[in-house]
Design a protein. Structure first.
Length: 388
């Protein structure tokens, strides 16, 4: 379906692979989550989540690489925008819902309270701004070339340098960590680092080994169920390729005080895909053509603008360092409308733009609305002092 149509028998054989590929992807997601949980006490949480996001998005990179190699611009754009809109429009609200249900199951009083972000999470919120701004320029000119790829890669490297400056988490917070990660932290220094590396490496290798068979099995299932190619590429394939993130963030969202970490896992994936995933497209596209060429995306400007507006709104909603129930509900409703009524892209874009404008203007009488931008300089200075 992504690499070309498949027959009924091949589809059935592929679907059977789900018996082992789905559990493998879930197992790899847990291993990576435990590795990141343990690593945040020895490197910055932001860097641990950035590494985690890199490993988690490997299936999405694989899907986009195949489409870029086939030079199918409509499907390339559909998958790229679908994955990003899925993270913000479904993933972020899902984290709030899971977190609220977990609070209710624990008998906590204020089930509807926002998910609170830590001050260090201002780095991911602010880190979304440069790629979003640069993508405004890419959309305006209508092409995604190798020079753009260079800029996007540089922006991602700068983001990694930024989050690396943030000090590790305090060990007093160990009580909030899962038993598996806590067991790793309890090891002596050499064995601890070996265990953390093993969780990342084995989890990453397991995900790498299962990624293609997993997608093949899901393509087989989609074919058997009669799902159209465009629907599969824009929505089903992104959801399946983002499954490791959904598993990890659901696991964290259920934990006490871990909703912010779950949101930042998704935000790190957003940054990765706006930069590194996008940078890969003109590179693979040019190699496939046999000469340097820019990807012509001007014909899909409406879809890209919709995705950019949603991403910018999401960033602004997190800029006060919490994520409220009405914000989660609003993002989810707008996502579901565009999912079920795709031709409403223009009206939904207007709604995103109006909501974004209201949030920015409201900073005049709501000083905390853009709190992340006030916190970020302090975070930078604290990181510089820790590095000195």
């Amino acid at each position: 379906m992504i690499g070309g149509p498949i027959g009924p028998e091949e589809a059935r054989r592929g679907a059977l692979q789900a018996i082992w590929t789905f559990p493998s992807v879930v197992a790899s997601a847990f291993m990576l989550a435990w590795g990141a949980e343990a690593a945040q006490f020895y490197v910055s949480q932001g860097l641990a989540l950035a590494i985690l996001a890199w490993l988690q998005v490997m299936p999405e990179f694989a899907v986009e690489a195949v489409i870029a190699w086939n030079r199918d611009i409509p499907l390339m754009t559909a998958n790229f925008t679908g994955a990003l809109r899925l993270l913000t429009g479904l993933g972020w609200p899902m984290i709030w819902v899971v977190s609220a249900l977990a609070r209710r199951s624990r008998g906590e009083a204020d089930v509807w309270r926002p998910i609170a972000l830590d001050e260090e999470h201002a780095a991911q919120v602010v880190g979304l701004i440069p790629p979003l701004l640069y993508w405004g320029w890419i959309i305006a000119k209508g092409t995604l070339g190798l020079a753009d790829a260079g800029v996007l890669i540089a922006l991602y490297v700068a983001f990694l340098m930024l989050v690396n400056r943030i000090p590790p988490r305090a060990h007093e917070e160990l009580g909030d960590v899962a038993a598996a990660a806590r067991a790793v932290i309890g090891l002596d220094t050499p064995r601890r680092w070996i265990a953390i590396a093993a969780l990342f490496v084995v989890g990453g290798l397991l995900l790498f080994a299962a990624a293609r068979p997993f997608l093949v099995s899901m393509i087989g299932l989609a074919t058997v169920l009669g799902i159209s190619q465009f629907v599969f590429v824009q929505w089903v394939a992104p959801f399946l390729s983002e499954l490791p993130e959904f598993v990890t963030t659901t696991y964290w969202a259920r934990g006490r005080g871990k909703g912010g970490m779950a949101l930042m896992n998704m935000a790190s994936s957003n940054i990765n895909q706006w930069t590194m995933l996008a940078a890969m497209l003109p590179i693979v596209y040019s190699i496939s053509l046999g000469h340097v060429a820019a990807v012509p995306i001007g014909g899909h400007r409406d879809e890209l603008i919709l995705t950019l507006l949603q991403g910018t709104l999401g960033m602004i909603l997190l800029a006060n360092l919490d994520f409220a129930a009405h914000e989660a509900l609003g993002l989810l409703v707008l996502f579901l409308i565009q999912f079920f009524v795709p031709h409403w892209r223009a009206p939904i874009s207007v709604v995103y733009a109006v909501w974004l404008g209201i949030e920015v203007i409201s900073a005049v009488w709501r000083p905390g609305r853009l709190r992340a931008f006030a916190v970020f300089p302090r975070l930078w200075r604290r990181g510089a002092a820790a590095a000195a």
